[in-house]
Ligand binder design. Sequence first.
Ligand SMILES: *Cc1c(COP(=O)(O)O)cnc(C)c1O
Length: 366
Amino acid sequence: MSRRNEAPEETAASRPWERNIRRVTPYVPGEQPQGGRLIKLNTNENPYPPSPGVCKALRGLDPGALRRYPDPAASALLKALAGYYALEPEQVFVGVGSDDVLGMAFLTFFNSDRPMLFPDVTYSFYPVWAELFGIPYETCPLNADLAVDPRDYDRANGGVVFPNPNAPTGCFLPLGQVEEILRHNRDVVVIVDEAYIDFGGESAVSLLGRYENLLVVQTFSKSRSMAGMRIGYALGSPALIRAMQDVKYSYNSYTMNLPSILAGEAAVKDEEYFKETVGKIIETRENAKKRLAALGFTFPDSKANFLFIRHSRVRAAELYDALRARQIYVRHFSGPRVEDYLRVTIGTDEEMEALYGFLEEYLGAG
Ligand SMILES: *Cc1c(COP(=O)(O)O)cnc(C)c1O
């Protein structure tokens, strides 16, 4: 590429208009390698296809309908979700993946001079949104077992968010302890990010009736095999949902496209398929715990569709490279504590067998 158009003496910050640019350090998503013969266990996607009802809804979509704007309220999807959770449609907010919903919730609810709180080892998007929106925050260290300690959240703050089960550890915080955090935080909004709740945890949705300041966020990306469709949602009191809608309608009214609304509605209605695929993943995960422990790995007990593993002898970075060379992709994070671990998404039984096979060979030789 020609570099002739660059003015050599003007470096980045010296051009006046550059001083007005909002500088941020973005979230880095897991890689999406292309190609057929690889085993992808790095971004917690579901190894099974979406439900047959979703495929039918998409095939039945009349492309002519795309001429019009979609329903800005995504009413059909709200209604399906409200029915599924036995809530009112006024208690449901939908967005373009739960990242959109969480970002909107940060913008809406965390508007205090006091710092908001989240765990030190958690979803790495939280500090990115906080920085982007200028929200002060502090992190609460996980305990020695890599679990959230509810007592850390018993202090003045501007709001609380944590995933349950946590990512990337997979640790599930029992509902009693979630409620302990809520009991000590009645004056701020508490967000429970339940991206992985369907894989064996117990949802905080049952606490919504008692805590008007609780927002539960879930997604179609993991348990419903629809990461590519981008559907997330929040469940909460009508007052919280209304506030989020006001912010949304002040920014972009038409977040949900028509195919997403229809496919999402179909997915919620196909409960049998949902239970079957989630059940298969749980079974594969429980088997993975035995197989990986036998190979010398340790990990916090996981109720998610991934395991956060470390080996007694071999460093995580070395293992990551060795796996990658064999076209097996897992996730390795940098930073204190987490860099000793690999996060391995639960795939199909066949994919997991390929992983165990390689590890047996590699660790046996090492
Ligand atoms: C995957 C994930 C999300 C976001 O998923 P979307 O695809 O945007 O719905 C949110 N929180 C956690 C903890 C996640 O792991």
